[in-house]
Structure formats: C-alpha cells, structure tokens
Design a protein around this ligand. Structure first.
Ligand SMILES: Nc1ncnc2c1ncn2[C@@H]1O[C@H](COP(=O)(O)OP(=O)(O)O)[C@@H](O)[C@H]1O
Ligand SMILES: [Mg+2]
Length: 228
C-alpha cells in the first residue's frame, strides 16, 4: 500500500522577472512525495532545482499552481501559519551548513526547538540525543569553526531533525564534503527516512548519493524529465 503523501504539487510554476526579462524557473511540476521516501533531485545548474526546493519549503510562493503539505493547501494559510508549519514540519540542510557561528553545536540544534516552544528539559534531552545519533557526542560545546566540514554538516542534519519534521529538504548537502563525509551524511539521511518515515529530498550532482535514493528525478528547464 502507498504511504501517505507528505507533499504534493499541482502544475507548479515559478517565474522571475529580471531587467524586463522573464525567466521560468519551474515550468509546471506535478510531484508527489510520500512518507519515508528518499528522493534524489538531479539536473544541470539553472534547471530549477533550488527554486523547486524553495517552493516546497514554503520559502517562496508559486506564480501558478498549488502545493499541498500533509494535505494542507499552502496558499490558503496565513503567513504565520506557514511559518509555524515550516518550523514544525520541514527540516532544511544547506550546502554551506548555515550554522550560527557564535553558537555551539548543542545551541545550534536547540534553536529550532526553542522557536517551537518545546519545553526546556525535553529539548535539552533531544538535542543531546540527536547529536549522539550523528556521532557528535564529544563535540557538544564546539563552535562551528572548531568542527570539520563533515562534523558541521552532521550538526546541520541534527538541527534539521530537531522538531521531528515530516519532510527534509537538502540542497546539495554534500557539495562541500569529501567522499567519506558524503557517504556518512547520505547514510544518516537514509537512516532518518527509514526509521522515522521522513520524506527526504536531496539535490545532488553526486551519483554516489543517488545510488541510495528510492527515486531519482532529473530536472531540465524547469521540468521533471526523468523518473527512476
Ligand atoms: N530570485 C531570482 N530572481 C531571478 N531569477 C532567478 C531567481 N532565482 C533563480 N532564478 C533563475 O531561475 C533559474 C533556475 O535557478 P535555480 O533554481 O537556482 O537552478 P538550480 O538550483 O537548478 O541551479 C535560473 O535561470 C536562475 O537564474
Ligand atoms: Mg541550486
């Protein structure tokens, strides 16, 4: 039986206007991503991958079409409702980690839980346990600059999991990592998708990453042209 759809797009279009020129970054995408699915998103630079991810992550709004997150039409929500949904249901992993440089690993992971008003003792316990899961039990009080690139991205993964998201969006998360750390991050994301039924989208150019994906989408000129 099919697992429930976490996110669904209907004829999704995003156009940008720049210097009087119109660019269609996403040109009519119909996509359903289900619980527990690990999806690889490939395609040349400029094909619309980041734009699509930003739309799925409610960081940007479509020009046309609709997005349903766990059945809710994002266009029908108020901005505060969308913010709350993003905080609680979506985790982000970035190519350049986007950790707060003045906060320790532990504090970076605590941040989204504080924002979601998780009770103090619960969030401390959870932050410790997440950092342990990603193999950083011994690095809780390190600042990002005191961590290697691979360790920083493991903090990034732990942070993305903080509020138990239904969907994780990772835009080239291994773009700044060597192959050993790439394997480790992909293994972690795969584990999350399997053990918590989280839907995970990984944008990548790396064929090693896509070896682990349940499904691979290829984008070209704003359209999904290939599905494995
Ligand atoms: N904020 C923006 N304003 C204008 N054009 C944009 C903007 N964001 C992306 N684009 C354009 O949309 C297209 C798709 O970009 P992007 O989604 O970043 O592709 P990818 O992530 O696959 O490299 C490109 O032609 C890019 O120049
Ligand atoms: Mg991109």
């Amino acid at each position: 039986m099919n697992k429930p759809a976490i996110i669904e797009t209907r004829n999704l279009v995003k156009r940008f206007r720049m210097d009087g020129q119109e660019v269609t970054a996403v040109a009519g995408v119909n996509l359903t991503i289900r619980a527990g699915e690990l999806l690889g998103l490939m395609g040349p630079s400029g094909s619309g991958k980041t734009t699509l991810l930003n739309l799925l992550g409610t960081l940007d709004t479509p020009t046309e079409g609709a997005i349903l997150l766990e059945g809710k039409d994002l266009a029908r929500l108020t901005e505060p409702e969308r913010d709350a949904l993003r905080l609680r249901r979506i985790g982000f992993v970035f190519q350049s980690f986007n950790l707060i440089p003045t906060l320790t690993a532990l504090e970076n992971v605590l941040l989204p839980m504080e924002a979601a008003r998780m009770p103090g003792p619960e969030r401390r316990k959870r932050a410790h346990s997440l950092l342990k899961t990603v193999g950083l039990k011994g690095r809780l009080n390190h600042l990002p600059r005191q961590l290697s690139a691979g360790e920083r991205q493991r903090v990034g993964v732990a942070r993305s999991l903080a509020n138990r998201p239904a969907l994780i969006l990772a835009d080239e998360p291994t773009g700044n990592l060597d192959s050993r750390n790439t394997d480790e991050i992909v293994r972690l994301l795969q584990e999350v998708s399997q053990s918590h039924d989280t839907a995970v989208v990984i944008v990548t150019h790396n064929p090693e990453v896509t070896d682990h994906a349940d499904r691979i989408l290829r984008m070209r000129d704003g359209l999904i042209v290939e599905i494995r």
